[in-house]
Design a protein. Sequence first.
Lengths: 227, 227
Amino acid sequence: MTRVLVIDDEPQIVRALVINLRARKYEVDAAYDGATALQLAAARHPDVVVLDLGLPDMDGVEVIKGLRGWTRVPILVLSARHSSDEKVEALDAGADDYVTKPFGMDELLARLRAAVRRAEPVGAGEDDALVETEGFTVDLAAKKVNRDGRDVRLTPTEWHLLEVLVRNTGRLVSQKQLLQEVWGPSYGTETNYLRVYMAQLRRKLEADPSHPRHFITEAGMGYRFEK
Amino acid sequence: MTRVLVIDDEPQIVRALVINLRARKYEVDAAYDGATALQLAAARHPDVVVLDLGLPDMDGVEVIKGLRGWTRVPILVLSARHSSDEKVEALDAGADDYVTKPFGMDELLARLRAAVRRAEPVGAGEDDALVETEGFTVDLAAKKVNRDGRDVRLTPTEWHLLEVLVRNTGRLVSQKQLLQEVWGPSYGTETNYLRVYMAQLRRKLEADPSHPRHFITEAGMGYRFEK
DNA sequence: GTCGTCCTTGACACAACCCTGACGCGTCCG
DNA sequence: CGGACGCGTCAGGGTTGTGTCAAGGACGAC
């Protein structure tokens, strides 16, 4: 199911969008200002963002930059401004499309479909994304971890952390990147979270948690997942 | 260099686009009808396509479908038609963006940049920047050094120093530059740091640390990394 | 309300890392 | 010949980073 984040301070526009999107089986979150929007984006990881540039608390371009700091989620900008400069600024800040108000709902939905479609990874749905080690198996598609024939129970945060590490198998992932991807863009420095959750992953998945072979610490730099 | 394929049957529009794009260092091919366009696309593999829907020989949507049969290249549609149905049809056929004539050149270029930007890193993230010598291998993306099949552990400072040297393979890097890049702009003179860390790199990577073959001292000037 | 799960937070011991100073060696030049 | 200088090497000690544990709070299920 595709998750959409709608950001607009005009309730009637939000309402219209929500109704139309829900009717088409999208899952919809809504925010009425930039700060809430950034928080929601971090918490919910939408598949596409619809953003009105005229927000009460901050410039819409700042919202774009805030999102682009950590995610490549498609951003579809709505705006009452027709000026070319505004469009260029928003697009160059990282927006994917720019629609001026008043807009036709059909067109907006078509642009939304286009944005979602091209964000889909090339081989989506075809590969079952299995990662195996000698100790356990991670199924990224099914969101399951198997160890000795038994499924391992992971909390949402544990899974999220594992996912980021596994998607970068062999590569070093910096603490900042892990924190921002799992906890959100404003958590770049809370390294204690990482320590706690890395320990939990090791306890659940490593044969000898105090001598990890798969979840490797690179002191001062980050962590690395090795098969 | 980014390659653009422009498809339009109006010569003055093609001319305007070609001039503007070439001025911005794009490489441009042009076609005046759909059949030529499909041929050119296959032969030249453009990074982005600008397509006018009103072509003499075939419907623009057919061109989109023809392209989408084998490529995910971004397609930016130009059209004189403002109707919502046309837009939806083109977008759902696989277009990435839809701009109505008359259009502002600035806006078109911004939309083009957005389309190219979002298509780019798909391939860029996959290739590892590997640097090999006969003794060891440096993977800049994964932050990994391999020697005799084993991963070598580097501290953050060691890695940072190695990175600067490797990114300047074969070139002499002055002590001042190394110090400032690794330790910060105010550390231009603490050459003893360099001596210590260069020795550690050699001990970990050189076959015979006291006779270095890759980390070469240029007395009084700086250091040089050689494959 | 009570229970259970999950996330956050703080404290502490231990390990890893960085800086520092001392010394030896070779080269250059007075 | 001898001192100055630049470089390589080594090992101690202070600082920073990491692993671990346990307690408290938020939240939803029952």
